[in-house]
Design a protein around this ligand. Structure first.
Ligand code: GA4
Length: 329
């Protein structure tokens, strides 16, 4: 038994574990069809940098089709999946996240959603799998992007600025968006040994403007509240979750804060999540929106483009504060 436990720990050695926290019931819920949504979105971004969207208009069959295709992909033999890796950053990856030594109990596919820029490995995934996979990804992204723009338009109205002041960044044909399918396999051995959960995706903030997350009914997502406490987000496979990203934090000059989050793998159930990351065009300046600045208000950040930020992000570790080098001290 001792030998066996040692083996299990050796096997998991580089991946950290963490105690679970209680499910949090206070996540703001925004009904996109509610005329009050615009003010509620602004409040949720100020208080949490995170909220849940219902009445989102994305059809169940688009979601179901893509979930089924994604599961089919993750069920392929390891050697088949690895033909679409290692990620560059696009493609299939397992356990390693990003280029700087971060690891987690996860396998994933990262895709660039801009067709001109789609990487060879991403194309491989789409080519080698039935055409239905490609269609499912494309149709899903189209619908989620539309919803993300609707959220950004409501947000802009809530902030009392031009309706398109934020959404145009995603609508622009040069917008730099990506899409991630994450699969967190169950991990019963570790649960039996220690009562802890393996970290699937370590703590981080998302660099983009907003991220739109859809998961199955398995818990695991944790967010950090403004008081520094971590809470577990109750899973809800009928809704979408929205994260404020670093770029939106800068555009609102810190009024909205990007939300720190992480995912713990479940010991028994596998977790599947699908995340659309809405980023601006590469040459776009990321700076506080003049229409949001009070008279005499100073920018908290020096000027930079989304390209500068991405470049610097890819030199960082997941948990690093990526906005640090851009802050005016
Ligand atoms: C975090 C959010 C998105 O998943 C992602 C990640 C990216 C990657 O996995 O390639 C990064 C990470 C994310 C931020 C810091 C860098 C880049 C891994 C990493 C260590 C696709 C993104 O845009 O930034």
């Amino acid at each position: 038994m001792v030998v066996q436990s040692q083996l299990v720990f050796d096997h998991f050695a580089p991946i950290k574990s963490c105690k679970r926290t209680a499910l949090f019931t206070g996540i703001p819920v925004i009904d996109l069809k509610d005329p009050e949504a615009k003010t509620q979105i602004v409040k949720a971004c100020e208080d949490f940098g995170f909220f849940k969207v219902i009445n989102h208009g994305v059809s169940d069959h688009l979601i179901g089709d893509l979930e089924a295709q994604a599961l089919k992909f993750f069920q392929l033999p390891q050697s088949e999946k690895e033909k679409a890796g290692p990620p560059d950053p696009f493609g299939y990856g397992s356990k390693r996240i990003g280029p700087n030594g971060d690891v987690g109990w996860i396998e994933y596919v990262l895709l660039n959603t801009n067709h001109e820029l789609i990487s060879e490995k991403s194309l491989f995934i789409l080519r080698e799998n039935p055409e239905v996979f490609r269609c499912a990804v494309e149709e899903y992204i189209l619908a989620v992007k539309e919803m993300a723009c609707e959220v950004l338009e409501a947000m802009a109205l809530g902030l009392r600025i031009e309706k398109s002041a934020l959404s145009w960044l995603l609508k622009d044909e040069r917008s730099d968006c990506c899409f991630r399918l994450n699969h967190y396999p169950p991990c019963p051995e570790l649960e039996a040994l220690s009562g802890r959960n393996l970290i699937g995706f370590g703590e981080h903030t998302d660099p983009q403007i907003i991220s739109v997350l859809k998961s199955n009914n398995t818990a695991g997502l944790h967010i950090c509240l403004r008081d520094g406490n971590w809470v577990s987000v109750p899973p809800d496979n009928a809704s979408f979750f929205i994260n404020v990203g670093d770029s939106l934090q800068v555009m609102t000059n810190g009024r909205f804060k990007s939300v720190k989050h992480k995912v713990l793998a479940d010991p028994i159930k596998s977790r599947l999540s699908m995340i659309y990351f809405g980023g601006p065009p590469l040459n776009e300046k990321i700076a506080p929106l003049p229409s949001l600045m009070e008279e005499g208000e100073q920018s908290l950040y020096r000027e930079f483009t989304w390209w500068d930020y991405k470049n610097s992000a890819y030199k960082s570790r997941l948990a690093d504060c990526r906005l640090g080098p851009f802050e005016i001290k």
